[in-house]
Design a protein around this ligand. Structure first.
Ligand code: HEM
Length: 430
């Protein structure tokens, strides 16, 4: 997977981050009948965690015990929880991902959350993304596809969708190309926090030291990159300190890299598994945005977001005590038959109804416009540059799996090898 230019002389250079992700996803092929069964029984499932069932999330060994988990599976109730910060707080993330990234906006409640979010939001507005589309996103996709377009076959996960978003983030942050291999290794270690907490903590510390040098440099010599924009952002007379910038930079990796790689893979899997819909999108690129939204709904990349009840609440006829841990199943909500007809079908022509893959309410994904742009540019490039694209007929077990996160571990494909001029000699190469 290490196709980055430059040398990584660290002892971990031979370590395979892709394997971590495949293992983390688990081999649950189809959790949807289980979600449907829970939803049919009660839209809020109450699971008592008895004595000895462990505390917190398993990440923070000192975290308080979580006596009960309330899993929300209906679309309507999921939306209700996500849009009610007063009764459902995000503070519980402090005992999970907060352990490796520090106090970032994902674990803040209003009004602190709004203040911090406003400082970062400007860079991620839909209109601001033009700055990154050709120079960063297009260039990244181009160099990844260049590496295999002449071969006539590829595995699109390790060769394209997995390295794609981390490289985009490295470029958005303005990191020197020579540092990318190290950044990629540390990023993947950090993202795999649920798998190997100690490794993630070590990566978080090393990344913090690395970002400290970058921030100090941008304070001296501001540039046209996200780190400089975060340093200079000012809302209501408030600017971010270095200690507030680190957690935001660390959050971008799990929030922006893992989700986008999985959702891009799911989009390609959905289309490749249905040649009729693939042909329709190839013929009419105006269908690309609805194919993206349907892929996000159909195979939600990050299945659950967490909240904590701030008071005793009744939800869907179930009483949740103050402090109760609420797991909002975005994956189940996105397949709620009360909202979507034939919810298990991947149908890019279905009636447009907003899904919950980017969450809802004040914490709605800050990077959703960037994610949509990345997926749109990736799909268009794949269709333009890989004619005759199809799943490799020799592979009979291409599938999506996972219970916390979902995506295909591999996407072996065949296509008509591109004929392109050699960049230096101008001769035609395959
Ligand atoms: C398809 C790809 C993506 C998906 C499915 C996704 C999903 C989500 C979800 C569900 C949340 C809400 C979490 C919650 O309410 O607890 C969220 C928040 C967030 N996402 Fe994304 N995300 C994606 C891409 C990105 C990208 C590309 C970035 C930036 C580079 C990003 C940055 C963030 C940030 C900073 C937050 C926290 C917002 C807040 O707390 O106010 N995401 N994302």
């Amino acid at each position: 997977m290490d196709t980055m230019p430059g040398q990584d002389d660290s002892p971990a250079a031979s370590y395979d981050p892709m394997r971590q992700f495949t293992e983390l996803a688990g081999d649950v092929r189809d959790p949807y009948p289980m979600f449907a069964g829970i939803r049919a029984d009660s839209p809020v499932l109450h699971v008592h965690l008895g004595p000895g069932s462990g505390g917190g999330s398993g990440l923070d060994r000192k975290a308080p015990r979580v006596p009960s988990v309330f899993t929300v599976t209906s679309h309507e109730l999921a939306q209700q929880v996500l849009t009610d910060n007063a009764r459902f707080s995000s503070a519980g993330y402090a005992t999970t991902i907060g352990q490796v990234m520090g106090r970032s906006i994902i674990q803040m409640d209003p009004p602190e959350h709004l203040r911090h979010r406003a400082l970062a939001a400007r860079a991620f507005r839909a209109r601001a993304l033009d700055q990154w589309s050709d120079t960063i996103i297009g260039a990244t996709i181009g160099e990844l596809i260049d590496a295999f377009a002449g071969d006539g076959h590829a595995d699109l996960v390790p060769q394209l969708t997995f390295p794609f978003p981390v490289r985009v983030i490295a470029r958005i942050l303005g990191l020197p190309e020579a540092d990318w291999p190290r950044f990629l290794r540390l990023s993947t270690d950090l993202i795999a926090v649920m798998r190997d907490r100690d490794r993630a903590v070590a990566a978080s510390q090393e990344l913090r030291g690395y970002f400290a040098e970058i921030i100090a440099d941008r304070r001296r010599h501001p540039r046209d990159d996200l780190v400089s924009q975060l340093i200079e952002a000012e809302v209501g007379g408030h600017r971010l300190s270095d200690d507030e910038i680190y957690p935001f930079l660390l959050l971008l990796l799990p929030a922006g890299a893992e989700t986008t790689y999985r959702s891009s893979s799911n989009l390609l899997f959905g289309l490749l598994s249905d040649p009729g819909q693939l042909a329709a999108v190839r013929a009419d690129r105006d269908l690309v945005p609805q194919a993206i939204e349907e892929a996000l709904r159909w195979e939600t990349p990050a299945l659950t977001v967490a909240r904590m009840a701030t008071q005793d609440v009744e939800l869907g006829g179930v009483r949740i005590p103050s402090g109760g841990f609420v797991a909002v199943s975005l994956g189940a909500a996105n397949r709620d038959p009360g909202r979507y007809a034939d919810p298990d079908a991947f149908d890019i022509f279905r009636e447009d109804k907003q899904h919950l893959s980017f969450g809802d309410g004040t914490h709605t994904c800050l990077g959703m416009h960037l994610a949509r742009l990345e997926m749109r540019m990736l799909l268009n490039a794949v269709l333009d540059r890989l004619p005759g694209l199809r799943l490799d007929p020799a592979s009979d077990d291409v599938h999506i799996h996972g219970l916390l996160f979902r995506s295909p571990p591999n996407l072996p494909v065949r296509f008509d090898p591109a004929v392109r001029p050699h960049p230096f000699t101008g001769t035609i190469v395959r």
